[in-house]
Design a binder for this molecule. Structure first.
Ligand code: DUC
Ligand code: ZN
Ligand code: ZN
Length: 487
């Protein structure tokens, strides 16, 4: 007989879920949560959480890791460095991208990324299938097979020359996803408008990093959201709109959800906590803050917070996309590039939760349960990451133990490979001090103890879509109008 009923007991903490906050002990057997209650029997390992908050490990469903950009630039992180930084920031599950390029085979792409993750990942991970080559083999053969194999979210870009899909291709991807019960996630900005603005600005000599924000008009987001939502409605295909940055964009989503369109949406800490002014720095320094869509205005920040509190946006992700501030990354086009030639993206995995905990919990904007919901429970549910994002008996024992009083001035460097922290110098209150992944302590006393490669691939079984599709739009319903093979 085992000496202890439980392998680990986290004792005397305050447990927070997406719906409740209460004092209790939490016990773990193997990789799972086995009990939540008072005065639980001793565990083989006891963790004293007096004065601490016991939260589900974070779930970050938008991270670019060890990814080759459409322009052929490798981002700064490996799975090892990215997931190390995730763990330090209290995140225990990431969803990154298996990023197909033009002319590439999607199945081979997934295998390549899976091999990288098997070697390096320290936290659990899933993949979005990023489709940039929607040819017959991808749409009819690989996409269905990969979705059935458990990769049940697909990502497409409506902009970026090297990876964008046009409207017809977007519809092809959505129809294929519909047939297999996968979600479609979209970077939605109007490509022509961005190109036109960017070329006009550069042509007139407006090349500094701050003009990147000008080159992404708010209307680009609004127009693309409307078009995408129209397609979603036509095909009755659930979508996730990535990184909403404007008040108008959030309003478009609110209106569509009000009509019953199956649209989910996320925003990110940099849209809530930065503005376009962050790009306005001497020389090229502002390049470190270039991302797309760009940071906007204080009024947009307020509108996004409101959209989160109303439920119009359901997910807070990082859009972690790290590039070093040197020739391997942000300055790959030389020492004096126009903003159009600077890689888009910032590191965000490690700071996502401390920044949001500070803003939502310590500063009192929304409260603890909403923080848990938006950063862990809702993303896990929307993407069908079973066992992740909640503290419940039988769930994976992915846990972050937070010190709600600890004040930290954010450092210049993090545990990723970007070499800078875009949030450096800010002070936050609240810090994830101890992190468990499937019952194993992986962060304690400022050190990561997980071995690279011990993160696990999360497959999401086919046929259990959270948001099943229903009827097609009546005007294109094949049973009413055309042959049954229209879709
Ligand atoms: N924008 C993207 O679309 N992807 C990565 C980073 C960024 O800024
Ligand atoms: Zn994007
Ligand atoms: Zn992204």
């Amino acid at each position: 007989m085992a000496a202890f009923q439980y392998d680990t007991v986290i004792r005397n903490g305050t447990i927070a879920t997406a719906t409740d906050v209460f004092a209790a002990d939490l016990a773990i057997v193997g990789e799972k949560i086995a009990a939540i209650g008072h005065s639980l029997p001793a565990g083989g390992r006891e963790i004293d959480a007096s004065g601490m908050l016991v939260l589900p490990g974070g779930v970050d469903t938008h991270c670019h890791i060890e990814q080759l950009s459409g322009g052929g630039l490798m981002n700064a992180d490996t799975f090892e460095s990215a997931t190390r930084s995730a763990a330090f920031g209290g995140t225990t599950t990431v969803v990154s991208f298996a990023a197909q390029h033009r002319g590439a085979d999607l199945a081979a792409t997934v295998e390549d990324y899976a091999a990288l993750a098997r070697r390096g990942a320290m936290v659990d991970y899933a993949f979005h299938l990023m489709v940039a080559n929607p040819d017959e083999a991808t749409i009819s053969r690989d996409l269905p097979a990969l979705i059935r194999a458990g990769h049940r979210s697909v990502k497409v870009f409506m902009t970026y020359d090297a990876v964008q899909v046009n409207d017809e291709q977007l519809l092809d991807v959505m129809a294929a996803a519909r047939a297999e019960g996968a979600l479609v996630c979209v970077h939605a900005e109007n490509h022509g408008l961005l190109k036109w603005m960017g070329e006009r600005l550069v042509g007139r000599g407006y090349v500094a990093p701050k003009f990147h924000a000008v080159s992404h008009p708010r209307a680009a987001e609004v127009e693309a959201f409307h078009r995408l939502i129209a397609f979603s409605e036509l095909l009755d295909q659930p979508i996730v709109i990535f990184h909403v940055s404007t008040a108008e964009g959030a309003a478009v989503i609110r209106e569509a959800r009000g009509r019953g369109v199956k649209v989910f949406a996320e925003t990110c800490p940099h849209y809530l906590l930065m503005t376009a002014g962050d790009l306005d720095r001497p020389g090229l320094e502002g390049a470190k803050w270039i991302c797309s869509p760009p940071q906007r205005t204080p009024a947009d920040q307020e509108a996004l917070w409101r959209a989160l509190s109303l439920g119009d946006l359901q997910i807070l992700s990082s859009d972690h996309a790290p590039y070093r501030f040197d020739a391997s990354g942000k300055l790959s086009a030389g020492d004096n590039p126009s903003f159009k030639l600077i890689a888009n993206g910032m590191p965000g995995l490690e700071m996502r939760l401390p920044l949001l905990f500070d803003a939502m919990v310590s500063k009192g904007r929304m409260g603890l349960s909403k923080f848990v919901e938006l950063t862990a429970t809702a993303p896990a549910r929307i993407y069908d990451l079973t066992g992740k994002g909640s503290l419940a008996i039988g769930a994976d024992a992915d846990i972050a133990i937070w010190n709600p009083e600890r004040c930290v001035e954010l450092p210049e460097e993090l545990h990723d490979n970007a070499g800078y922290n875009p949030f450096a110098g800010r002070t936050v209150t609240g810090w994830p001090e101890t992190v468990l992944r499937r019952g194993e302590v992986i962060v304690r006393e400022g050190a990561v103890t997980a071995r690279p490669g011990t993160g696990r691939l999360l497959l999401r079984p086919a046929g259990e879509a959270t948001m099943p599709t229903g009827r097609l739009s009546p005007e294109f319903d094949p049973s009413r109008n055309f042959g049954a093979d229209l879709y």
